[in-house]
Design a protein around this ligand. Structure first.
Ligand SMILES: Cc1cc2nc3c(=O)[nH]c(=O)nc-3n(C[C@H](O)[C@H](O)[C@H](O)COP(=O)(O)OP(=O)(O)OC[C@H]3O[C@@H](n4cnc5c(N)ncnc54)[C@H](O)[C@@H]3O)c2cc1C
Length: 391
């Protein structure tokens, strides 16, 4: 039977980053992924999906060593702007004494670079095209069973297997679910005017519409709408969809052409009621899935990863059990507040910004004016947007 120190189920962004950071700390890691983790010779083409990663999250990604390879495909976010009717609120990175707030990173390129990096470690073992099926805690270790009946043992299982996490279900951890009633449409667009590295979030009655800078005169679109409206938009022919984008962007980036076909993602929120079990830690979307408003999802996950990796590395350096309950309780204590407040905050923010009522829009606009005039509130808003601890 195969023996490993740490098993990670799920080789998405979260699982891969965790595997690399633990391997850098000399741990023996096995990454189990239902899909493929095959190396591709070249990085893929840019697609419509990207993640805006804020300053501290980017530091975690940079620690993996992939930054020099992906930097040219990413775009710095120098200004964050919110537009609500006639009111707008902008924050410049200079104000936060940063060169930029973060970078917009294309999903496919990020994942391909992480897979390549993970393959360069002798202490990362890959089990792909085969999912985790079951596990049980034994005396001092975890016995894992895979879909093809293979077995392996680990001191700790890290669940990074996404919002429908099998590991979470096997552990019997229940969840709080929220349907936002919205679908996100994503695509990559070309435009005649420069975006000037400004990320713009329009607050609209159906849901937020966001333009996130990409290299050159290109932007990634995240267009959230009520499910039924999104369905109608997805059925439009290319020229009509471009026209709809043109109206939505109010001309701020000039004439628009589609670079990639629109894709749609039904949005659902989920929060695991527990972050840990016996020899089990939940991270990323296995622990929490949230609406893309404010680009918080993977940023939140990277804070889980940073906290867990530091704790496991400490156990290793002291020669202690890597799956100890005391350590898992520390992880829970470190991450519970942040995940809970972001989950509730994002749901509340999404509900308020999507309200059609004129009265509520006036209230929002007054709120924006108040924030605009107060240095203290501006600093707090930036801390929240950047996902800083204690904000
Ligand atoms: C439209 C949209 C825009 C977004 N924009 C942003 C943004 O700007 N900034 C940001 O921070 N976040 C953003 N997010 C959130 C971000 O994309 C996600 O949080 C992130 O991609 C999830 O990564 P993950 O590794 O947790 O999960 P996943 O990518 O879902 O990975 C889970 C992996 O586990 C595997 N798996 C499943 N079951 C098993 C099993 N039984 N055994 C083994 N493996 C299994 C799956 O195959 C998958 O590879 C956005 C989300 C959406 C929908």
């Amino acid at each position: 039977m195969t023996k490993t120190e740490i098993a990670i189920s799920g080789g998405g962004h979260a699982g891969l980053i965790t595997a690399i950071l633990l391997a850098q700390k000399d741990m023996d890691v096995t990454l189990i992924e239902q899909g493929s983790l095959a190396l591709s010779k070249e990085l893929p083409e840019m697609s419509g999906r990207s993640v805006a990663l804020m300053w501290e999250s980017l530091e975690v990604v940079k620690q993996t060593g992939i930054w020099p390879e992906i930097e040219e495909f990413c775009a710095p976010l120098n200004t964050l702007r919110i537009m609500d009717g006639s009111e707008s609120l902008s924050f410049d990175a200079e104000e936060a004494k940063l060169p930029y707030f973060g970078q917009n990173v294309p999903n496919g390129i990020l994942r391909a670079a992480l897979i390549k990096k993970a393959h360069s470690f002798k202490n990362i073992h890959f089990i792909d095209c085969c999912g985790l099926w079951d596990f049980e805690e034994k005396d001092g270790y975890m016995l894992l069973r895979l879909e093809d009946d293979r077995e392996l043992t680990a001191q700790l299982l890290i669940a990074a297997d996404g919002k429908n996490s099998m590991a979470r279900q096997i552990a019997g951890i229940r969840t709080i679910k929220t349907g936002y009633g919205q679908t996100a449409i994503t695509c990559l667009i070309n435009h005649s005017r420069s975006h000037e590295n400004i990320s713009t979030e329009f607050h609209k009655p159906g849901g937020p519409f966001t333009l996130v800078p990409c290299p050159g005169n290109r932007s990634a679109v995240v267009w959230c709408e009520k499910d039924s409206v999104a369905e109608e938009l997805m059925a439009l022919k290319k020229s009509d969809f471009e026209q709809a984008l043109q109206e939505k962007t109010q001309g701020i980036v000039g004439a628009i052409t589609l670079e990639t076909p629109p894709e749609s993602w039904k949005l659902k929120g989920m929060l695991a009621r527990k972050l840990v079990g016996h020899r089990l830690a939940l991270i990323a979307e296995a622990a929490h899935a949230i609406h893309p408003i404010g680009a918080q999802g993977l940023n939140l996950s990277l804070r889980d990863i940073k906290a867990l990796v530091a704790l496991v590395a400490r156990q290793k350096s002291l020669g202690l059990d890597l799956g100890s309950l005391t350590m898992l309780k520390e992880y829970k204590a470190l991450r519970r507040g942040d995940t809970l407040t972001r989950f509730a905050g994002v749901a509340g923010f999404c509900a308020i910004t999507s309200k059609k009522s004129k009265g509520i829009q006036r209230l929002r606009q007054t709120g924006m004016k108040v924030v605009n005039k107060s240095d203290f509130l501006r600093r707090q808003a930036m801390r929240i947007g950047l996902g800083m601890q204690g904000s």
